[in-house]
Structures are given as structure tokens and as C-alpha cells.
Design a protein around this ligand. Structure first.
Ligand code: SF4
Length: 146
């Protein structure tokens, strides 16, 4: 294993993209970083610069206004990179999607219609444990490639 792969699989940096929704999922992502769960102790670090990020954690429905923004953020991340869609809003549209032909008027998602998604974490909101498992799965799926 090369040192770059060794480093990124043991200490992935996350970019949290909040894209609409009710903030419930954002609170759970923040909880995963607080001392009770403390993902930093296993090397997972939050960054506010997509160029440094290995994994993007996306929450919310992605309103139409955010579609070009999230594409730009994704393109700023260097390869290899992964995306985790957290919560019902990000994975399907959740309560904001009555049916495929009749979403709310601002709806631009779900996330996988805009950028590739590696891992889906269901729930409204998902627990921090589920988010941590999703990040671990994303490390294996997207960052452990040769
Ligand atoms: S999935 Fe539920 S908790 Fe998360 S942003 Fe949407 S409505 Fe809020």
C-alpha cells in the first residue's frame, strides 16, 4: 500500500455540504464530531476547504439554487474522493418529495441526480452511529482504491 492510500484511508478529511432540509441531519453530523462520538480520535477531520477534502457529506434536499454550487464543490475535490448522502432528504428528497412528478418547487435533488454518491445513510435524521458507519463504508468504497 502506498503512503498516500495509507494516509487517506486512516485519516480522511470531510467537507460537510448543508443543502437545505431542516438541520436535523446537520445536528447529527455535528454530534458525530463532538466528544461523545469523537470521530477525530479515529482520524476523521472536518475541513471547510473542498480542495483538502476526501469525502463530502451531503445533507438536505439540494434546492435548485444549490445545484451548481454542489457541482462546483465536488469538482474542486481531488481524486480519489467519495460522497455520503446523509438522511432521507439527501437520499430521496424525503418529506419534500411528494412523488417524482410533483416535488416542491425548489427541489433540485436528490443528490445522486447531481453528483455521484457512494454511500446512502437512511433516516430522518440518521443517528451519529449510522453516519460514522456510512463514512467507514465510503472509505472502503471510494478511498481504498489503488
Ligand atoms: S432527512 Fe429529516 S432530519 Fe434530515 S434534513 Fe431532512 S427532514 Fe431534516
Amino acid at each position: 500500500m502506498g503512503w498516500k492510500k495509507w494516509a487517506r484511508t486512516r485519516s480522511p478529511w470531510l467537507f460537510h455540504a448543508h443543502c437545505g432540509g431542516c438541520n436535523g441531519c446537520d445536528i447529527e453530523v455535528a454530534a458525530a464530531l463532538t466528544p461523545r462520538y469523537d470521530v477525530e480520535r479515529i482520524g476523521i477531520v472536518l475541513t471547510n476547504n473542498p480542495r483538502y477534502a476526501d469525502i463530502m457529506v451531503v445533507t438536505g434536499i439540494v434546492p435548485k439554487a444549490m445545484v451548481p454550487v454542489i457541482k462546483r464543490i465536488y469538482n474542486q475535490m481531488t481524486e480519489p474522493k467519495g460522497v455520503v448522502a446523509v438522511g432521507a432528504c439527501a437520499t430521496t428528497g424525503g418529506v419534500f418529495l411528494r412523488d417524482d412528478d410533483n416535488p416542491t418547487y425548489t427541489f433540485g435533488g436528490p443528490v445522486d441526480k447531481i453528483i455521484p454518491v457512494d454511500v446512502y445513510v437512511p433516516g430522518c435524521p440518521p443517528k451519529p452511529e449510522a453516519i460514522i458507519v456510512g463514512i467507514a463504508q465510503c472509505i472502503q468504497k471510494a478511498l481504498a482504491k489503488d
